[in-house]
Design a protein around this ligand. Structure first.
Ligand code: DGI
Ligand code: FE
Ligand code: FE
Length: 192
């Protein structure tokens, strides 16, 4: 395997709890499988999958402090739900701490939690792999969504966005405007 991946794996194992590290490997290999299916670069998929949750195990307070320190914009919803920040903070750390220079990988980490309109193929792969990796707890329609991931990536993306909005709503969590925008964009694109 790419020596940079091996090096980052060794670092990440000390940054993440056991469960999160296992999830990370699940996303990394699922993303690589999807890259094979959709002719995306396998090394980019592995790297983005490996680093997507690199900021996940930082405490809520520290996430906010670090975003302020590095001048990353914190929105109102993010301040109320600091867990959301692990995507943009993770993207920042991937570049600064893990020395990833590839912007495509950084973008895929940044958009992996909410999605966004106009996602690149790599962004879609990471967003979906995060949801379907084998270790992920069973979510509604999981078997169908997992199959869709390898049949029609846009249908799958739309389905996950839609199910996520329903899930967040059922939990009474505020919807990040970007999650809503992503959903509406793909709804329109897919003529739903
Ligand atoms: O980091 P993971 O657990 O692997 O997955 P993720 O990056 O998709 O993060 C999932 C969490 O993010 C889950 O607790 C729900 C939350 N989330 C995603 N979109 C939104 C959201 N939370 C709020 N409040 N609003 C959103 O739009
Ligand atoms: Fe995440
Ligand atoms: Fe994740």
């Amino acid at each position: 395997m790419n020596p940079q991946i091996t090096k980052i794996r060794r670092k990440l194992i000390t940054e993440l709890d056991k469960e999160r590290y296992e999830h990370t490997l699940g996303v990394m290999y699922t993303a690589a499988s999807m890259a094979m299916r959709y002719d995306e670069d396998i090394d980019q998929a592995l790297m983005a999958g490996l680093l997507h949750d690199c900021a996940k195990c930082i405490s809520a307070d520290n996430k906010i402090k670090m975003c302020e320190k590095y001048r990353l914009n914190v929105t109102e919803v993010e301040r109320e739900n600091p867990s959301l920040l692990h995507a943009k903070l993770g993207a920042f750390l991937a570049a600064k701490k893990y020395h990833v220079e590839d912007k495509a990988i950084i973008n895929a980490i940044a958009s992996h939690t909410t999605g966004r309109p106009h996602m690149s193929l790599l962004e879609k792969i990471i967003y979906i792999a995060d949801y379907i990796e084998p270790g992920r707890m069973e979510l509604p329609n999981m078997a169908e969504v997992r199959k869709m991931a390898f049949e029609d990536i846009d249908e799958c993306l739309y389905r996950i966005l839609k199910d996520s909005l329903v899930y967040l709503d059922s939990k009474g969590k505020p919807i990040d405007p970007m999650t809503q925008k992503a959903y509406e964009y793909y709804k329109e694109v897919l003529h739903k």
